[in-house]
Design a protein around this ligand. Structure first.
Ligand code: NAD
Length: 489
C-alpha cells in the first residue's frame, strides 16, 4: 500500500463496546471507512484525500407552514459533498428518520456513483424530516413547495447548480411540485427551469423509464455479474432463471428489481420483506399481484399467493441464492451478517451493509455487488432527462423515421434477394425506429455494462484490492482526484 494514511475521525478503532442490534459504524462512518480503505490503494498528493472525503457543505433549514389552523415546523437538509463537477446531483428523501449525518453519507455516495459511471455531476443529497403518510396531498404539496423556496434562496436547486431527484418517500409528484415552484421563482430563466429536478412525470418534462430506472439498473448489474466469466456466478450458475432471490423493501427500487428479474429473467422471488413482515413462496411470488395487494391494503401481509409472517427482520436470513436489500441503510450489520444465507448480495439500497457486516461477509466468501454501482441506474436515467430538458428535444426525434425507412428498405432487399419473407415475429422489432423508452434502456444498459467492466477489469489487474466495492471506490476516487488536480484545487 502506498500514499495516503488516514487520520480521519471516521476511521475509528473497532471497539468491543457496541451494544447488540446497534451497528458499530453509523452509515456515514461506514462510507468514510470504505473511502479510507480505498484511499490506501491510491497514491494521492498530501491533503487531497481529506479534501475528497470531506463533505463541502450541509445546509440545515427550519421552516414553518400554516396547516390545520396552526403553524407546523419542519427541518430539511441539503448536503453538497463535492463540486469537482457541476451541477451537483442527488435525490431528496422524505422520512421521519432523516438527519444531517445520513444526508452527508448519501451525498458522498452520489459523488462516487457519478464518478464511477462517468456522469458530469458532483454529489449532493437532501432530506426532509417528515412522515408523508401523516399529511394529505394538498398539505404535502404546500410543505414541498416551501422547502423548494428555501433551497432556491440558497442556490441549492437549479439546472446548472444542483439538481435533485426522487428517493425514499418521494416520486414524480414531488418532483413536479419542485420544478413548478422553481420556475415561478425564476421567470427569467423559465426556458431551462424544468432541468432543475429529474424524475418528473412525462407530462412535465420527465423521461420514459425514469421511475423504473434504478430497479432496471439492478437487473442489468445482476446480468453483468452473472455473464462475466471471470466471476464464479452463483454456485457456478450464470443464468438468473430459477435462482432464488430474497428482496427487502417493496418500494420503487425493490418492486421494479423483483418484477424485472422474475417476469423477464425467470428468477424466483421467494421472499419479499417489508417493515411489518415478510411474504414467502418457495415457488416464486407473483410480483404484479403482490403489488396490487400492497397498493390495495397498504401491506404485503395477507397476500394469498404466499405465506405471510408478521414482524421481525428475519426475511434477510431466509435461504436464497441472491439477497437484494432494497429498503434502507444498515439493514445488515455485524449483528445479523453471519446469519444471511445468500452467495451473492446485490446492494440495491444505499449503504445496506455496515462496514463490519461487509467484512464479515467477505470473510465468509459472500460476494457483494456495491451500492455505488448497483443502484446507479436512477442517476444515469436522470442524466438523460436533464440532457433532454436542456436540449428541448425528445431523444430519437430526428432519427426515428429515417431509421424506420432504412430498415424497411433492408427488409425488402433481403426478401427480394432470398425469395423468403421476413419472419413475422422479428419484423416489428426490426422495423421499429427507436422509441424513447428503447433508447433510455439501451443507454442505461450500456452504462451499467461498461461500468461493470471498469470495476471487474480493475480488480483483475489489481487483485490486492480484494473485492468489488474497493475496486469501485478506487476507480471513482481516481477520477475525482484527477478532476480536482485539473482544476487546481
Ligand atoms: P421507497 O420509499 O419507494 O421504498 C422503500 C421501501 O422499503 C418501502 O416500501 C418501505 O416500507 C420499505 N422499508 C423501510 N424500512 C424497512 C425495513 N426496516 N424492513 C423492510 N422494508 C422496509 O424508496 P426507494 O426509492 O425504493 O429507495 C430504497 C433504497 O434505494 C434507498 O436506500 C434509496 O436511497 C435507494 N435508492 C433509490 C433510488 C431511486 O431512484 N428511488 C435510486 C438510488 C438508490
Amino acid at each position: 500500500m502506498q500514499g495516503f494514511h488516514s487520520r480521519l475521525p471516521a476511521d475509528l478503532p473497532l471497539g468491543e463496546s457496541a451494544p447488540m442490534n446497534t451497528p458499530r459504524s453509523s452509515f456515514l462512518q461506514s462510507v468514510n471507512r470504505h473511502f479510507t480503505h480505498a484511499m490506501g490503494f491510491l497514491d494521492l498528493p498530501e491533503g487531497l484525500a481529506e479534501r475528497i472525503i470531506q463533505c463541502n457543505s450541509t445546509y440545515t433549514v427550519h421552516f414553518g407552514v400554516r396547516l390545520r389552523g396552526r403553524m407546523y415546523s419542519f427541518t430539511g437538509w441539503r448536503s453538497v459533498h463535492s463540486e469537482h463537477r457541476e451541477p451537483v446531483k442527488g435525490g431528496i428523501r422524505f422520512t421521519p428518520h432523516a438527519d444531517a449525518e445520513e444526508v452527508e453519507a448519501l451525498a458522498a455516495l452520489m459523488t462516487l456513483k457519478c464518478s464511477l459511471t462517468d456522469l458530469p455531476f458532483g454529489g449532493s443529497k437532501g432530506a426532509l424530516k417528515i412522515d408523508p403518510a401523516q399529511w394529505t396531498q394538498p398539505e404535502l404539496e404546500r410543505i414541498t413547495r416551501r422547502f423548494t423556496q428555501e433551497l432556491t434562496k440558497r442556490g441549492l436547486i437549479g439546472p446548472g447548480l444542483n439538481v435533485p431527484a426522487p428517493d425514499m418517500g418521494t416520486g414524480e409528484r414531488e418532483m413536479a411540485w419542485m420544478a413548478d415552484e422553481f420556475r415561478r421563482a425564476n421567470p427569467a430563466d423559465a426556458i431551462h427551469a424544468r432541468a432543475c429536478v429529474t424524475g418528473k412525470p412525462l407530462s412535465k418534462g420527465g423521461i420514459a423509464g425514469r421511475t423504473e430506472a434504478t430497479g432496471r439498473g439492478v437487473q442489468y448489474a445482476v446480468h453483468s455479474y452473472l455473464q462475466d466469466a471471470r466471476t464464479p456466478g452463483v454456485g457456478g450458475r450464470r443464468d438468473p432463471e430459477n435462482l432464488r432471490i430474497v428482496v427487502q423493501g417493496f418500494g420503487n427500487v425493490g418492486y421494479h428489481a423483483a418484477k424485472f428479474l422474475s417476469e423477464e429473467d425467470g428468477a424466483l422471488i421467494t421472499v419479499v420483506a417489508e417493515r411489518d413482515g415478510q411474504v414467502v413462496n418457495p415457488q416464486g411470488l407473483a410480483i404484479e399481484e403482490l403489488k396490487r395487494h400492497h397498493l390495495k391494503t397498504g401491506s404485503i401481509l395477507g397476500f394469498e399467493g404466499g405465506e405471510s409472517v408478521a414482524g421481525g427482520s428475519g426475511g434477510l436470513e431466509q435461504p436464497c441464492d441472491i439477497l437484494i436489500p432494497a429498503a434502507m441503510e444498515n439493514a445488515i450489520s455485524e449483528e445479523n451478517a453471519a446469519r444471511t444465507k445468500a452467495a451473492l448480495i446485490v446492494e440495491a439500497a444505499n449503504g445496506p451493509l455496515t462496514f463490519e457486516a461487509d467484512r464479515i461477509l467477505r470473510q465468509r466468501g459472500v460476494i457483494v455487488l456495491p451500492d455505488l454501482y448497483v443502484n446507479a441506474g436512477g442517476v444515469v436515467v436522470s442524466y438523460f432527462e436533464w440532457v433532454k430538458n436542456l436540449t428541448h428535444i425528445p431523444f430519437g426525434l430526428m432519427e426515428r423515421r429515417r431509421r424506420e425507412r432504412r430498415n424497411h428498405a433492408i427488409a425488402e432487399a433481403l426478401e427480394q434477394m432470398t425469395g423468403n419473407t421476413f419472419p413475422a415475429g422479428m419484423r416489428d422489432g426490426f422495423l421499429e425506429g427507436g422509441r424513447e423508452i428503447d433508447l433510455v434502456r439501451s443507454g442505461l444498459e450500456d452504462v451499467m455494462r461498461s461500468t461493470w467492466s471498469r470495476i471487474a477489469d480493475l480488480l483483475e489487474s489489481r487483485p490486492e484490492l480484494g473485492d468489488y466495492r474497493t475496486a469501485a471506490y478506487v476507480a471513482a476516487i481516481g477520477e475525482i482526484a484527477a478532476a480536482y488536480e485539473a482544476i487546481g484545487i
